[in-house]
Design a protein around this ligand. Structure first.
Ligand SMILES: *[C@@H]1O[C@H](CO)[C@@H](O)[C@H](O)[C@H]1NC(C)=O
Ligand SMILES: *[C@@H]1O[C@H](CO)[C@@H](O)[C@H](O)[C@H]1NC(C)=O
Ligand SMILES: *[C@@H]1O[C@H](CO)[C@@H](O)[C@H](O)[C@H]1NC(C)=O
Ligand SMILES: *[C@@H]1O[C@H](CO)[C@@H](O)[C@H](O)[C@H]1NC(C)=O
Length: 378
């Protein structure tokens, strides 16, 4: 009976001492961690090298890292381009920008498409291999200064930037469409013009592919400016607003990362033109892009190259089928081959996805010319 109170008294006397020791220990560890951050972790954090992936998951978010001068410059330039008013034009035009090795086999078809539309479009031709011979007067004198283009390399993006710079020089150009020598129009000019001018989003294809032909091409050297979770894929053929065209020319930070670390021959087989713009826009203006391309291509054969249409394939039914498609598909390149299917929403309502299509062999020209009026009539 007499022991109990003294025991209780002793326990009560010990408690504050323990708490003080514990609190001091915690403070000591916290101060130590703040003043001397563990070297190993910060190195992982900065280099993002493969062995560190386990640590990266619980490290603080990259936004807490001190940004480089280049990142600060880039973020203010991009922010203001996205917010500033664009020059107003009394004569809004669509810039049709052709990226081709040489002559364009479908000039006569484009001439038919553009008939009677003077003043509502402009044409730019970047011929990377040989000087084109023009079969339509509309294309004569429209070649811009060009340079060699190597498939998959940054020179493809350089050619796109060259076309954009030439087209931006005309303030009347409000929408910028990238086309290839194997592309053809699917609708009347009025339809295409209203479709593009009636919206302020850019049609840039963009999706996340966790497989070898998607994120498998991501290089850890792109870290920390570009994290793997931001890496995207998409077809090259875009139709973009003037604001986004300007933004592409203003970007040097992300462009440089792709120039240095996205190459076809470095083992990852990274194709710059399939990843640069989807990744850039996914990072800086995801709500400003449609995530699909208005240029149709048929990958359904599952080969290395998309289906190419010969003269005999070009029928009214084929073209009607393509123009009727109102959902876009993306397939991942991993073993799961996961398919995502989304409606093409134009200003909130479902509409046909495609304004142009590829790839057509030059021999398809006559059939296309014959069918143009019927397949484009709505
Ligand atoms: C887009 O949708 C909004 C709201 O439904 C409508 O007010 C606007 O006129 C539409 N724009 C076009 C170009 O149809
Ligand atoms: C498009 O324009 C409308 C009206 O001007 C604006 O409310 C909307 O935020 C714009 N959308 C984009 C993606 O810029
Ligand atoms: C495109 O995808 C991004 C990211 O998934 C999304 O935030 C954006 O809203 C999409 N764009 C449209 C127009 O739905
Ligand atoms: C067009 O689509 C229909 C229905 O999906 C299909 O049966 C037909 O084979 C298609 N025709 C061509 C030429 O692709």
């Amino acid at each position: 009976m007499t022991v109990m109170p003294s025991l209780r008294h002793r326990a009560a006397a010990k408690k504050p001492k323990w708490i003080i020791i514990l609190v001091s220990l915690v403070c000591f560890v916290l101060i130590g961690a703040y003043v001397f951050p563990p070297r190993r972790y910060s190195q992982c954090y900065l280099s993002g090298s493969g062995g560190c992936t386990g640590f990266r998951d619980w490290l603080p978010s990259v936004t807490r890292r001190e940004r480089t001068d280049e990142e600060i410059i880039s973020s203010v330039v991009i922010r203001d381009i996205l917010a500033m008013p664009m020059p107003v034009s009394k004569n809004p035009k669509i810039a049709l920008m052709f990226l081709t090795p040489g002559s364009l086999p479908f000039e006569k078809l484009w001439e038919k498409f553009l008939q009677g539309q003077e003043g509502r479009y402009s044409i730019y031709v970047h011929a990377s291999r040989e000087k084109p011979v023009h079969s339509s007067y509309l294309f004569a004198g429209r070649d811009i200064h060009s340079d060699a283009v190597v498939w998959g390399k940054i020179s493809m993006v350089d050619a796109e930037r060259r076309l954009l710079a030439n087209a931006l020089a005309d303030v009347d150009n409000q929408f910028f469409v990238l086309l290839s020598d194997s592309c053809v129009p699917l609708h009347t000019f009025d339809y295409v013009y209203n479709y593009l001018m009636g919206t302020n989003i850019s049609f840039i294809d963009c999706f996340r592919d966790p497989g070898p032909h998607g994120n498998g091409r991501y290089s850890p050297e792109m870290f920390p400016e570009i994290e793997e979770k931001d890496f995207r894929k998409g077809a090259q053929w875009f139709a973009i607003t003037r604001r986004h065209a300007l933004l592409i020319l203003a970007d040097s930070l992300y462009y440089k990362k792709f120039k240095l670390y996205c190459k076809p021959a470095d083992g990852r087989n990274c194709i710059a033109d399939e990843h640069y713009l989807p990744t850039l826009f996914n990072m800086v203006d995801p709500g400003g892009i449609a995530n699909w391309s208005v240029t149709h291509v048929d990958w359904s054969e599952g080969k290395w190259h998309p289906r190419s249409y010969r003269a005999a394939d070009v029928t009214y039914d084929l073209l009607k089928n393509i123009t009727a498609v109102d959902e876009n598909f993306h397939v991942t390149s991993d073993d799961k081959k996961l398919v995502t299917q989304k409606p093409c929403l134009w200003n909130g309502s479902k509409r046909p996805c495609y304004l142009f299509a590829r790839k057509f062999y030059p021999e398809a020209l006559d059939n296309l010319l014959k069918l143009f009026t019927s397949y484009t009539s709505v």
